[in-house]
Structures are given as C-alpha cells and as structure tokens.
Design a protein around this ligand. Structure first.
Ligand code: 13P
Ligand code: SF4
Length: 343
C-alpha cells in the first residue's frame, strides 16, 4: 500500500474516530515504518488485538498466538518486530534465536503470564510426579522451560489429547483449563499452594492454577442474557479465556483468529463479541455491513501500549530487544516446538 492507499484505508475505517489531520499523521507514520522496516530487513507481526490504525497498515502478518508463532519460526528476515505482548515476542525469540526480536513497549505484560513462576511449576511437579505439564503460551520463557508442552487457545484440546497420560497439569489459566476439562471430559482441581491433596482426590485428571486474564474475566453470563433479551437473534462468540459458564452460554468459542474466521465464513449479520475490543474494531472495519455488539471498551491495557509511534521507535532505536538465557531458551524451545508439531 502506498501513502494514498494507506490514507484512503484509514479514512474509510477510522474517520468517525480521528480528524483528517490525525489520519494524515498516521498514514505518514505508517510510511516511515514501511521504509525503515525495509532498511532493516525486518518483518512485522501484529496480533489481532492491535489497535486498528496499526493493525490495518504495517504488519506483514496478522493473527493469533499460534499463527504468529508459526510465522516467527518461518521468517528469513533479520529482525522480527512483534506488535503484541512480551510473552509473544519471547516465543518468537525462543523459535528464532539468531534473529533480533523487538517488542515495541516495555509495558506490554499480561496478567496470565504474570500469574505463575518457574518455581511454582517446580513445586507442582514435586506434588504430582510424572504428570505432564501443559502450559498456555501466555507465559514467560522460564515457565515454558519447566513445561512439557505449550498450547494456545487454538489448540489446547488437541494438545491435551495428544498426551499419553490420563492426568495433566494445565497452567496457568483457570478458565481455559476449565473449558478444556469440559471439552475433554476431565475432572479438574485447583490445589492450594503447599497443601497436600487428599486421598479422595486421586481420581483427578486435570490440575489447574488460579491465573486469569484480567480482560476476559470481566464478561458474565448476565451480560449475555441482557444482550439476548434485547437482541434475540444475536450470535455470541466468546474467547476461551472467558469463564466456563460464559463459554457455555455462548454459541461459539475459539481463538482470536477462529472468531474472526467464524464471523466471516458464516456471514453472521448480528454478533456479540466477548473478547478484547480493538479486535472488534478490526473485524468491523472488514465487515462494515454487519451489526457488532460488544461490552463497551474492554481493552487489554498491555496490548494497548503498542501504537504506530512505538513500532517506528522499535525499529529506529532497536528497542526493546528480547534476550533469553540460552539454557532456558533451549528448554523452552522443546515445549513450543512440541506444540508446533501437533499441526
Ligand atoms: P489468541 O491466541 O486467541 O490470539 O489469544 C491471545 C490472547 O492473549 C488472548 O487474550
Ligand atoms: Fe493477557 Fe488478557 Fe491481555 Fe491477552 S487480553 S494479553 S491474556 S491480559
């Protein structure tokens, strides 16, 4: 896209949010990013939650955690700029250690990734010896290093079913674990830190952890009921980081990319989106004639840190470079690579 095409696109999708002068500045910034990206032989990966001006202009690839992990593993560029949160950029570095991997903000954390430490996993492994550990990709490299296999929201069920074990430790998202337990017919418990499990819990097949996504935690069954009361024909799509009862009350649940595809492929005319709101803006821009309902402005404060200016600065100032000690990276690599092998 050249400057005129970029400005035309931004005007089409964002003229109700920004003035003409602001849209011109954004289009100019997108052009500056494109130029410096070529000079540095870089690829830009953009998660589906990136704000619309960035999402629709600069990424070479957009997608969910799983899709972008695959792109990070395949690229032949020297530099990967990950417009997403830090654990995603870390995953790219785990897969492509010889490349420079940049995360454009130092504030792009994640409440799930911060909910568990490597030491927590070591303790769980002592408590449940021999039980395989599945860790959601929303975790840091040292946690992945203690893990047998990673999963994303797009493949969690397949990953659990791929294991040759009835019992599984599934970390750290309490709700994703609950949703996967239901899908796989497993009985789940959440052991308290440092406490022994009673004998009567020995039939436990899934051991979870109390991590939560602070964004998806906000959606309730009542929200769905209220919307259905005034819009009986609405189709409800929920991310699997929502509470199991919320997923249960929805019509479809899947990763961010699966949600986007479902809306497009099924020609949904009126839908309620139970996930981060910037993605709603991005879907709306591609499907302007459909009616999107959502709970107002539920925005991920971490994803929201990354704007066009930060992406430009990342390439110009080579910031913020992801580094992972090689011994940790090698162990984390095994858990990510094992997941990618599942297809
Ligand atoms: P996806 O893997 O579905 O893109 O989700 C990532 C995430 O952080 C959702 O909150
Ligand atoms: Fe983490 Fe939730 Fe933000 Fe996704 S939406 S990055 S899980 S805090």
């Amino acid at each position: 896209m050249n400057y005129q095409q970029t400005l035309a696109k931004l005007t089409r999708i964002l003229s109700d949010q920004y003035s003409e002068a602001e849209l011109i500045l954004k289009a100019e910034m997108a052009m500056k990013i494109k130029k410096i990206k070529e000079q540095r032989n870089a690829v830009i990966l953009g998660h589906n939650y990136m704000e619309p001006a960035l999402f629709h202009t600069v990424p070479d690839f957009t997608g969910d955690s799983l899709g972008l992990s695959r792109k990070a593993a395949e690229t032949d560029k020297d530099v990967i700029v990950f417009c997403g949160v830090e654990f995603m950029a870390e995953t790219a570095k785990i897969l492509s250690p010889e490349k420079t991997v940049l995360c454009p903000s130092q504030k792009a954390g994640c409440s799930l990734a911060e909910s568990i430490t490597a030491e927590d996993i070591r303790q769980l492994k002592k408590q449940f010896p021999g039980v395989p550990v599945v860790t959601y990709i929303n975790s840091y490299a040292d946690v992945k290093a203690e893990t047998d296999i990673c999963c994303t929201s797009g493949n969690a069920k397949e990953v659990v079913e791929s294991l040759d074990s009835e019992a599984v430790i599934f970390l750290p998202d309490e709700y994703l674990a609950g949703n996967v337990a239901k899908e796989t017919g497993k009985h789940i418990i959440f052991p308290s830190k440092g406490k022994k499990i009673n004998d009567n819990n020995l039939d436990v097949q899934m051991i979870g952890w109390h991590g939560k996504c602070e964004v998806h935690d906000q959606f309730t069954v009542e929200d769905i009921e209220n919307v259905r009361a005034s819009h009986p024909d609405v189709f409800v799509l929920a991310h699997p980081e929502c509470k199991p009862e919320v997923v249960n009350a929805s019509d479809f649940s899947g990763s961010t990319t699966e949600i986007i595809k479902y809306i497009k492929n099924n020609n949904l005319q009126k839908y309620l989106l139970l996930t981060e709101c910037a993605m709603g803006d991005n879907i709306q821009a591609e499907n302007p004639n459909r009616e999107m309902l959502r709970m107002c402005a539920v925005r991920c404060p971490y994803m929201n840190q990354i704007q066009l200016k930060d992406t430009y600065n990342a390439l110009k100032l080579n910031q913020y470079e992801i580094t992972i000690p090689e011994d940790i990276r090698l162990r984390a690599y095994k858990s990510v690579e094992r997941m990618l092998q599942i297809g």
